[in-house]
Design a protein around this ligand. Structure first.
Ligand code: 3H9
Length: 695
């Protein structure tokens, strides 16, 4: 027996323990080890049953995701999990799977190849493969409907959300919940001498073809709205629906074909890139290992507007007491009312109990002065985006906040060093760019100033984890990573409209491609006035490629600020539902005539190329300048903060998927046609030949 799987005896029960930290993934050796133990038990007369359990914090969290890339590139052989699980299922003595932590993907599939499953109440089970662009590939789409029914299996496999042990019990996935020690409970279960019961033989919950197809259609519609563009959920549904017409073995063969199509497709590569990327961004190259994050026991936030209120909620949600400051009672009351409303809505939607909402609210202490700031380990300033105002707040903070506390500014574009310069402790100053709504959006851009100390950087990155966000470190450049790239992207969207495309066509091309929102609709959401101010600041600072004139200035001049004023690029009704505005179309054509901009029509692929290539080129420049540490940091920013489809992997990954040579060639052609804006970044030219971003 290998170290990955060990066995021990408890009376006539063979206990098989999986020991592959941190999550007991099915790395090579693990499934083989379990099967070998089950085989040994079969030929040992002194054993009457087998219990399989995970060591450490969890049962099996799935196949080893690191292996998939190696399989696709041909470095590793395909997984033969099906054969192994069939051997376990065919065992002549009962096999009881004991679940704690998470039994996910191949973990649940292994569990279902056993004859019974027992679980602690805190356990969760699921088939999350779709989140990696895959479907269950070791019998999950065939065994789960046999245990839980077709509808539950379709829901779990198409959406990938895990279910609790109680739900698993109710649906038949789990046979018994164990209060107290899991192993003791599992061995006791085995000692009840349950007969061998193979999941493959259970057919009572399967449906006839018509019923299975109608459920499939229902789920397909829901996937096409909620998981637009993704192939794996539809493949999972196809495989489950096939249980109505194929026997178990044919169903497994069909599943294997669909699994392989997903595995060798671009979507799984992209989603696996995002899975590891979200974990990789937390590792900061160059940060000395001995640097430890500082404890964050108490927080304070300056400004109870939309951002400040949301940030205070983030702390409260993480159980960190927070002082929330405003300058007037009216503003403070408004801010708190909005926080209260947010919590009430969560309670109404069943996401939070009233008690938990009350506890969180209690952690937020409203103040009009800096009371309580002296106790804070971190202060986040979230006042209006204006440099002079932020500097004023920071000089106040420097006077009231204790030494050794972090001073963070929630800015989306401003210069961290300039803000830090008004304090006597620039090494304690850092940018924390939250995205709106701060209590919902997962991204936290952490911006290091030139003096920010390594411990402060490490603490801010840890803060992201504490707040259940993904922190990405950026250098201090105008717009940091996300907004700096968003500039050229929107620039092109606006240029396309100026050159003859309609507003809806540009947005539509990008949303059809997978973006959560079109770039012009985003302008209306964020505020045309805000974009205007940012642009003026960029012009003032001499940021390259910002042209003096843009049609958006016309919208600004007419007070068309976007959603908040009822009109911007679109017209909005009372519910903020957009509709195209012929007036915008008239104004833009007038503008184009004045500026002598030649008019033409555009295909969707031209729109995609111009907008997305502008995004990619700016990303390459950020890498060249060292503002973004690695291509994956940019990808994670875009997937988590800008609605970039995760199944396309982020802009830099997408560029590799297209082929960097192709991107560079097209960029050169655009450069010849349109001039300096399209100058390919040196890094792009440099990386084109290898096809991978080099640094
Ligand atoms: C599958 O099973 C396909 C099957 O149908 C079979 C087909 C034939 N493999 O997230 P954490 C690493 S597809 C390899 O920070 P948490 C992770 O990268 C798979 N590595 O912890 C990290 O490494 P590092 C279906 C894995 O407590 C470390 O473990 N299963 C795997 O916040 C800790 O992870 C899934 O999709 C893995 N399967 O969350 C489950 N899982 O420290 C994916 C984790 O070096 N995993 N790692 O950065 C998860 O959802 C979470 O990791 C889990 C724990 C909830 C388990």
């Amino acid at each position: 027996m290998s170290d990955l799987v060990t066995t021990a005896r408890q009376g006539t029960v063979l206990v098989v323990t999986i020991n592959n930290p941190p999550v007991n993934a099915l790395s090579p050796g693990v499934p083989e080890g379990i099967a070998a133990a089950v085989r040994a038990a079969a030929s040992d007369d002194s054993v009457h049953a087998v219990v399989v359990i995970g060591a450490g914090r969890t049962f099996i969290a799935g196949a080893d995701i690191r292996e998939f890339g190696r399989i696709v590139s041909g470095e590793a052989p395909p997984l033969n999990l099906n054969e192994i699980l069939t051997e376990i299922e065919n065992a002549p003595k009962p096999v009881i799977m004991a679940l704690h932590g998470t039994a996910l993907g191949g973990g649940l599939e292994t569990a279902m190849s056993g004859h019974y499953r027992v679980a602690v109440p805190s356990a969760k089970v699921g088939q999350p493969e779709v989140k990696l662009g895959l479907i269950p590939g070791a019998g999950g789409t065939q065994r789960l409907p046999r245990l839980a029914g077709v509808e539950t299996a379709m829901r779990m496999c198409a959406f990938g959300e895990p279910v609790s042990a109680a739900e698993a019990l109710a649906s038949g996935i789990v046979d018994r919940l164990i209060e107290g020690d899991l192993l003791t409970g599992a061995v006791a279960f085995a000692n009840e001498h349950p007969p061998v019961r193979r999941t493959r033989d259970l057919t009572a919950k399967l449906l006839d073809p018509a019923a299975a197809e109608s459920l499939r259609t229902l789920f397909q519609d829901s996937c096409r709205t909620k998981l637009k563009g993704q192939a794996a959920p539809l493949a999972a549904l196809e495989s489950i629906a096939a249980t109505a017409r194929l026997d178990f073995d044919a169903g497994i063969t069909n599943e294997a074909r669909l699994f392989s199509e997903c595995l060798f497709g671009t979507q799984s590569k992209a989603l696996i890139h995002v899975f590891f990327g979200e974990r990789a961004v937390g590792r900061i190259p160059g940060l000395p290992k001995e640097v430890q994050p500082l404890p964050l026991r108490r927080a304070a936030v300056v400004g109870a507007g939309t951002m400040g209120g949301g940030i205070a909620m983030c702390f409260a949600n993480a159980g960190v007491p927070v002082v929330l400051k405003e300058t007037t009672q009216g503003a403070l009351d408004l801010g708190l009312a909005s926080i209260r409303r947010n919590y009430e809505n969560s309670v109404k939607r069943g996401r939070l109990t009233a008690e938990a909402a009350g506890q969180r609210l209690e952690l937020i202490k409203p103040v009009l002065h800096y009371d309580g700031f002296e106790e804070a380990d971190i202060v986040v300033e979230a006042v209006f985006e204006e440099l002079a105002l932020k500097k004023h707040v920071f000089s106040d903070l420097d006077a009231v906040v204790r030494e050794g506390a972090i001073l963070a500014t929630n800015t989306s574009t401003l210069d961290i060093d300039e803000i830090a310069s008004v304090t006597n402790r620039p090494e304690w100053v850092i940018g924390t760019h939250f995205f709106s709504p701060a209590n919902v959006m997962r991204l936290l851009e952490v911006v290091r100033g030139k003096a920010t100390s390594p411990a402060v950087i490490a603490t801010a990155m840890e803060l992201a984890k504490t707040l259940k966000k993904v922190g990405v470190l950026s250098g201090n450049a105008f717009g940091f990573i996300g907004n700096r790239m968003f500039g050229p992207y929107r620039h092109e969207a606006i240029r396309l409209v100026e050159e003859g495309a309609s507003v809806e066509q540009v947005d539509r091309a990008l949303t059809d491609w997978g973006m959560a929102m079109g770039p012009l609709a985003v302008g209306d959401l964020a505020g045309v006035d805000v974009a205007w101010r940012v642009r003026q600041e960029a012009i003032r600072l001499g940021i390259p490629h910002i042209e003096a004139a843009s049609f958006e200035d016309e919208l600004f001049a007419r007070g068309r600020y976007g959603q908040k004023s009822g009109a911007g690029w679109y017209l909005y009704d009372d519910q903020r539902k957009p509709s195209p505005d012929p007036e915008v179309e008239r104004l833009v054509r007038e503008y184009a005539a004045c500026q002598a901009i030649p008019q033409r029509s555009f295909t969707h692929s031209e729109i995609l190329e111009r907008t997305l290539f502008a995004l990619i080129n700016e990303g390459a420049r950020l890498l060249e300048e060292g503002i973004a540490l690695r291509p994956v940091d940019i990808d994670i920013v875009y997937v988590n903060g800008y609605g970039f489809p995760a199944w396309r992997g982020g802009p830099m990954h997408y560029a590799e998927t297209l082929g960097l040579q192709r991107v560079a060639d097209r960029m050169r052609a655009l450069y010849d046609e349109f001039g300096p804006f399209w100058k390919p970044a040196a890094l792009l030219e440099h990386s084109a030949r290898s096809g991978r971003w080099s640094q």
